[in-house]
Design a binder for this molecule. Sequence first.
Ligand code: PNS
Length: 184
Amino acid sequence: MHKGIALYPGSFDPPTNGHLDLIERGAKIFEELVVAILRNSEKSPMFSVAERLEMLRELTTDLKNVRIDTFDGLMVEYAKSLDATCILRGIRAISDYEYELQMALMNRKLEPALETVFMMPADKYSYVSSRLVREVAQVGGPVKGLVPDVVEQKLRQKLDPAYKLSESRMISVTRKAKKRKTKA
Ligand code: PNS
């Protein structure tokens, strides 16, 4: 096990099984792993930072050396504030490499003491990305097996009007039942 803190930064919008796979692998080789969600992204996210934080915390409760946090501004500055020695990033396919290489080299230029470590998620997740999960879910497609169950449920709550309707009906039924009880 590598002594010290590693930082796994990302958008995690939403967290996928590929992210979780990488977190589990990272937790096995680093003494402590901080998974951090970027707060000030220019992209308009599907899930708020608070929702992503909650999902990631729920997914990693059993991993005792994993901590979930958020960060703003330059990633290397945040890494320094943690005393992290490594940045962990996942590479699924060669198409990820160019972007990741550019980012790793820029981060090295900004902070030479910080090493970027790449790991590959399980090959069954090699095509899974948050963007594609959002795209499939937005048009009602199945995302089972691509994201953890808790994320699938959150996606359904967010996107399925029928789900929302049945939820609000449940709420109004419960409220009516409560009113009836208090009147009686
Ligand atoms: O999951 P993503 O969206 O590919 O993660 C990208 C992320 C958050 C790691 C990257 O955009 C980032 O570190 N942003 C913070 C600002 C920063 O330090 N930019 C310089 C990176 S070279």
